[in-house]
Design a protein around this ligand. Sequence first.
Ligand SMILES: [Zn+2]
Length: 429
Amino acid sequence: MESPMVIPINNIRREVRSLKINIQRVMEDIRTISSIRPEGSFGSTRFSYSEEDRHAREYVIREMTGAGANVWTDSVGNIHGRIVGTEKEKSRVLVGSHLDTVRNGGPLDGLLGVAAGLEILRVFQEEKIKPVRDLEIIAFSEEEGSNFGATMLGSKCLAGKAGLEELRRLKNDEGITAYEVMKKFGLNPDSIEEDLFKPEETYAMLELHIEQGQVLEDSGASLGIVEGIFGMTNIHITLKGIGNHAGATPMGLRRDPMAAAGRIIGKIPEWVNQIGSTQLVATVGKIQAYPNASNVIPEKVAFTVDIRDMEAGFIGKMESRIREELERLGKEGIQIQMETIATSPSVSLSREIGDILKEEATAMGISNRNMYSGAVHDCAMFTDMTKVGLLFVPSIGGRSHVPEEDTKEGDIGAGISVLLRAVCRVVME
Ligand SMILES: [Zn+2]
């Protein structure tokens, strides 16, 4: 039996494994872009469609162009840089992350994945690698929701999960719509339809991102191969009691919704333990008392609970425990209301891409582990349309969205090297 393909594939793997990245160049990209910030701010503040964003874009576009890519910016501001493959009829491979930050954020969130893309383009140019498939590097805009409070807006629009209606509805703090902000920035959101992601045109998508948690650091691994992203349910609870004077109302005669809320919130960690999922997390991150005065028993307390897990069943169990406790409070005279305000299902990433990432990491002798992500990233928008791989590097101290956000240079190098090798294999398929 003839099988001529076996030899070339082995050749590709051998050649791919001799490729080297230039970490100094990558660190320079990160230093330069992360230090673009408004006067008087600290860390990285680079909101999409701002002056800082414009400077960062110029840098990214210059680097992409210099590395031989055809570069364009789409209707909502995502930057694309494409190297054309040798086989026209084959679909492209996408690699990237986001270019924007939160206010006073860190240097690596999003930018690491963009800088990795730039370095991959430069290695392709230097090594004269001719991919079979088109290789497209992408820098997504407005992932953090810093302007309009809606996360992953750039990738969502591309994926068709947000559109003109959303852009006309979402507003920034000054009351200006996303649509207007984009127009003012020189974009043309009206042509959003033309940019829509077409599943048949894409073979795979890969993203490198910092973990933003402490799982990798604690485990001592340099790389995390993400198998799936947690599903999430966000519930809003309102408890109503009787508002009254803090001094004149004896303890036995109160209907205090704050004390009731405290009972629920205090029990959440215990319930998470009892439910027995190793992944389940639940968070009360927002609470509001009415009227919110130090000498008044509040008449009403409202808070949110964010619950995440890979399995919807565990999220459901947590919701039931909360509901049971609320019913108990109801019998004690507190009026209760529980409303689900947002849900997103968990997503599984491509086993095939995950295996390639793992093979390349292992071949380089880089410690790695499979894991789940509690946070959602741009690539998650495309899991229903293409094969998606997500690679994590450790965050020192698990810290992110703060100026102290950092990753060891060795881990950054490991992440980009493994990404490069995986991308090389996928674009040759
Ligand atoms: Zn990010």
